[in-house]
Design a protein around this ligand. Structure first.
Ligand code: CA
Length: 492
């Protein structure tokens, strides 16, 4: 059996804007590999349209990775193009695969305006047209004068977009304009009638010129940066057929599987399942429904049925395509989709996603290092749990998802991972205990709680079972005595 994967999202919204993140990646790559990180999701490396909104999603130029004097700066928030390339190499040298945040839906910060014929659509029902065609001054001229044709001479104009949210003649906010000779893509999310439009200038992936250009860009990006895979931004707003084609072309070009995970922000597992079906399961999706279940449980003050925690999640319904996570840069305090998991519950939540047999977990930078500006502290023993996942969370899983306050499971371990096997209990309220089967081959062996809350050891009986306990509002993770000693040596 191959080693378990764990992704880290290596940024949070308020990470320092002093162009230092790529340097931190270079400095930390070996440390991350040591405690069991196998994949890193790096933030969008592209020049943004407004330096005030510099996290990377307000993309201006996909070919400017912090190299050209555009939008008032040559570097991006995170550093220079050379530093980005070196960060990618540093991770790979340490055996960590790099997932590049890929933002294809929209462009922001046009170099100029141009007249175009457009109709107003109802922002709450984008299929409803509210006006006859009018001439607007559209922010759709992207010539990239600061780059001057390096890497690509493609220039964008309104024929490459479906719609915009700005008319420079009327200069009013709150409107959405669809170009009169365009239609929204049909294979997108159905919220607001049609959710093709998200922000800025919406890229028209139905245009043959645009499709060719985005394929050309993808091949360039793979060659230029050497990244191993993709985190696909905002896929609910992009034609599913296009995303499927684009990933297939990239994989054919590199003759590699190029792992990909899509951001489809919906708490409805059926919307995610429908999308996976439409893209022929060519990627995984973040398990947003699980995030919402965990968040609800974390604020329910114990009045949540823990036996239901995995209900209607991707982890439960399509585990091979689930990337599980607790929080991210959008759910953190102060951000657009704010839905931060209650802090006391985070260790419990991470035990759940890191030690389950299914899904690939993605841990959040803000939970590993803390978020100083909103006073969020690092989650205790998060590194320990990643290490447990990497070294010991193997073998058959036995579920005990059978109680409203205390649930758990065990893993039997396997021959390829010495001292592997574990037992875990999670409580959202009362303390509790459970007799759980870990395997007859453990008879007589001692298990210890590596979160170090339960001090008493558990000795496995002749039948392969132990009586495990957990404190209230808490997690307990038992590993073999030998594994425990090894974990203590490496603990921070
Ligand atoms: Ca779109």
């Amino acid at each position: 059996m191959a080693d378990n994967r764990t992704i880290i999202q290596y940024f949070e919204w308020y990470v320092s804007g002093n162009h230092v993140l790529w340097k931190k990646c270079i400095a930390q790559a070996s440390r991350l590999a040591e405690f069991g990180i196998t994949d890193v999701w790096l933030p969008p490396a592209f020049k943004v349209g407004f330096m005030e909104d510099n996290v990377g999603y307000a993309v201006y130029d996909l070919y400017d990775l912090g190299e050209f004097n555009q939008k008032g700066c040559d570097k991006t928030k995170y550093g220079s193009r050379e530093e980005y390339q070196e960060a990618v190499r540093s991770f790979q040298k340490n055996g960590i695969s790099v997932l590049a945040d890929t933002v294809l839906n929209h462009r922001v910060g046009a170099d100029g305006f141009e007249d175009a014929s457009a109709v107003y659509v109802d922002p709450y029902n984008r299929m409803a047209v509210q006006s006859s065609p009018v001439t607007i001054s559209a922010p759709t001229v992207f010539n990239f004068p600061g780059r001057a044709g390096v890497y690509s001479d493609f220039k964008w104009n309104h024929r490459h977009f479906t719609g915009v949210d700005w008319d420079n003649y009327t200069r009013q906010t709150g409107h959405i304009y669809r170009f009169a000779d365009k239609q929204w893509a049909q294979d997108v999310d159905r919220e607001y009638g049609n959710y093709d439009f998200l922000m800025g200038a919406d890229v028209d992936v139905q245009s043959p010129e645009v499709r060719e250009e985005l394929l050309r860009w993808g091949r360039w990006y793979l060659d230029f940066t050497g990244v191993d895979g993709f985190r696909m931004d905002a896929v609910k707003h992009i034609s599913a057929g296009f995303i499927k084609d684009w990933l297939r072309e990239m994989r054919e070009y590199k003759k590699a599987c190029l792992p990909a995970v899509g951001e489809y922000w919906s708490g409805d597992v059926n919307a995610l399942l429908d999308y996976l079906n439409r893209v022929d399961y060519c990627m995984s999706l973040f398990d947003v429904p699980l995030h919402f279940n965990i968040r609800e449980m974390s604020y329910a003050e114990g009045n949540y049925n823990m036996a239901d925690i995995l209900n209607n999640t991707l982890l439960q319904r399509c585990p091979d395509h689930a990337v599980t996570f607790i929080d991210n840069h959008d759910s953190q305090p102060g951000q657009s989709l704010e839905s931060f998991v209650n802090v006391w519950m985070k260790q419990v939540a991470y035990a759940l996603i890191l030690l389950h047999k299914d899904g690939v977990p993605c841990i959040f930078y803000g939970d590993l290092y803390g978020i100083p500006c909103t006073r969020n502290i690092p989650i205790p023993r998060l590194r320990t749990m990643v290490r447990v996942r990497h070294d010991y969370a193997y073998g058959e899983q036995h579920d005990y998802m059978d109680h409203c306050d205390v649930v758990g499971w065990t893993r039997e371990g396997d021959a390829e991972h010495p001292d592997s096997g574990l037992a875990l209990l999670l409580s959202d309220k009362r303390p509790g205990s459970k007799r759980m089967y870990v395997g007859r081959h453990f008879a007589g062996r001692r298990f210890k709680d590596c979160l170090r809350k339960i001090r008493e050891d558990v000795v496995i009986d002749e039948e392969g079972c132990g009586e495990f306990t957990v404190q209230g509002f808490s997690a307990a993770v038992w590993v073999t005595e030998e594994a425990y000693e090894n974990l203590i040596i490496h603990e921070d």
